[in-house]
Design a protein around this ligand. Structure first.
Ligand SMILES: C[S@@+](CC[C@H](N)C(=O)[O-])C[C@H]1O[C@@H](n2cnc3c(N)ncnc32)[C@H](O)[C@@H]1O
Length: 218
């Protein structure tokens, strides 16, 4: 699903690449001519080196040690993937990497947690969420957010930060993902009923707003 979201490009940067499976797939399938496979740890880069050897792609994929986007510069890649990391980590990268604020850069983000932090960081920093996709593997559900800088900063309503484009989703996994988010919000709202009534009420309001938005979009 992440690879499907990558648009044809000269160079793809895959941040947190681990075994470099994604850039290899993108090169073999004509999505990118070159790639930078970056990771914060040397061990995944050693695994990635083996993968490149297996596919004979050493000349077209550069391995790079980098914390987030810190060692990637503005003119190197057009498609930027950050997959399999915490949403708070991804939000931090969006907030601290000024060169992402360019409509020639396409972001493909696959947070494992804190999806709302990613949407908030995008919208408050002038990015537009172009699409959201979901997929499942076994019991697990995954979300991909595709975004691009548009220069307009928004303060989105809280319900949107939690549900995003999934309220308009049409697939079974979109609906399952949204149900999972709603169940989590409800659990938190129930747990806070005694301790923090105001916070609990505000979470119940968010749940209602998401449900209303879903009904309105049918
Ligand atoms: C769970 S793996 C995800 C691998 C692959 N992107 C995927 O989605 O299947 C997370 C990878 O991100 C790397 N990582 C964690 N924090 C990072 C950071 N701040 N910058 C770059 N890489 C990071 C880890 O070393 C690890 O290889």
């Amino acid at each position: 699903m992440v690879a499907d979201c990558v648009q044809p490009c000269v160079c793809l940067a895959d941040i947190g690449t681990d075994h470099a499976y994604l850039p290899v797939w993108c090169l073999l399938n004509g999505k990118a001519q070159f790639a930078i496979a970056a990771d914060i740890n040397p061990k995944p880069l050693a695994n990635a080196r083996q993968t490149l050897g297996t596919y004979g792609l050493e000349e077209r994929i550069e391995l790079r040690l980098s914390d987030g986007l810190q060692n990637i510069s503005a003119d190197e890649a057009q498609e930027i993937v950050v997959a399999g990391m915490g949403g708070n980590q991804i939000a931090d990268m969006i907030e601290t990497t000024a060169w992402l604020q360019d409509d020639a850069k396409h972001l493909i983000l696959q947070p494992m947690t804190h999806f709302e932090d990613v949407r908030k960081a995008l919208l408050e920093n002038g990015f537009q969420i172009e699409a959201e996709h979901t997929a499942s593997e076994g019991e697990r559900l995954y979300l991909v957010i595709s975004a691009r800088y548009c220069g307009e900063k928004h303060e989105a309503p809280e319900w949107y930060l939690y549900a995003g484009e999934l309220v308009y989703g049409t697939t079974d996994t979109d609906r399952q993902f949204l149900q999972k988010i709603l169940a989590r919000l409800k659990k938190r709202a129930d747990a806070l009923k005694e301790k923090d009534t105001a916070e609990s009420d505000s979470l119940f309001t968010i749940i209602k707003e998401i449900e209303n938005e879903c009904r309105a979009s049918v």
